[in-house]
Design a protein around this ligand. Sequence first.
Ligand SMILES: C[S@@+](CC[C@H](N)C(=O)[O-])C[C@H]1O[C@@H](n2cnc3c(N)ncnc32)[C@H](O)[C@@H]1O
Length: 278
Amino acid sequence: MENEKNIGVHETAFVTSAFRACDESLSRDKLARLWRNPKTEEWIAEYLDQVSSEEIYTHCLRNRFFMDTINNLIASQAIEVLINFGSGFSMYPFLLQKDLIHIEIDKPEIVGYKKEKIIEWQRNGILPKRTINFIGVDFSTDYRNKLQSKIDFIKGKKSSFILIEGVLFFLTIAQTDSLFSFFDTIQESGDYIGSASFQESLKDTLAFENLLNFFNQKVSKTDENDYQTLPDSYYQSNNHYKLIDHQDYYSLSALYEHKIQQQKQHILNENFYILRKI
Ligand SMILES: C[S@@+](CC[C@H](N)C(=O)[O-])C[C@H]1O[C@@H](n2cnc3c(N)ncnc32)[C@H](O)[C@@H]1O
C-alpha cells in the first residue's frame, strides 16, 4: 500500500490516525502513532498547510468524544460489542476497556493490513491481546446477507454500539441509506449508533475549497458533489432511532476546553450524532 504514488481514499485512514497522533493529550490516543510512516508524514504536512491546520484538533476531538461516549456506555453496562464501520486504523480495541468485543469492518485491503500489523505488534509485546473480528467489505457492493450472518454469529443478541466516523463523506446517499437500514436489522432496541458527517454549509468554506483542490491534485479528479453532506434532519427523522446527542467541533472545543485557532472559513466543521434504537 505504501508504494502507491497517489493517495487512495482508503489511505485517508493513515492520515486520520496521524492527526490523532499529533496531539495525544487531546485525542487520548497514544497508539495512533504506531501507524505513522514517512509517506503519511509528507501528506499531512502538505494537507495542514494547504487545506486547514485545524484538522489535527478536529480529528483529535472526534476520537475523544466517541471514546468518552463509548466508555460511559460500557461503565453503565449498556454495550458489549463495538461495531466500527470503516474502522481504518483506529485503535479503540486497545483504548477501551479490555472485555469489549470488537467487530472492525473496512475494505478488505485495509482490514488485511491492519490485522497483519496488529498481530505483529502483539507478538512483539507492543500491544496486548484483544477480541477483534476483522471483516473485509466494500459498502458499494451487495454485502448485506453475508455481513449480517457474520455479525449475527459474532454478536448474537449482545448489546452494541455502531460507530461510523470519517466514512459518510466518501459514500453516496444510497449507500448511506442502505447502511442505516442495515444497522437497524442488526441492532436491538436500546442499542446505539455514533455517526460523524458534515453539513452542506461546509461547502461554503475556504477550507472545503482547499480540500477539493488538494484531493484533485492528490487523489483523483472530483467535484463538490462527490462529497456527501447530511442535514440534521437525516438523523432526526429516522423512525427507528432517537437522536440523543449532537455535537460539532465548536461544541466539543468548549466541552474539552480546547482553544480554536483558525477562523470559521478555515475549519472543516464535522458534526457528531449519537442515536439510540427505539
Ligand atoms: C478517513 S478514514 C476513517 C477511518 C476511521 N473511521 C477513523 O476515524 O480513523 C475512512 C475509512 O473509510 C473506509 N471506506 C471508505 N469507503 C469505503 C467503502 N466503500 N467500503 C468500505 N470502507 C470504506 C476507508 O477504507 C477508510 O478506512
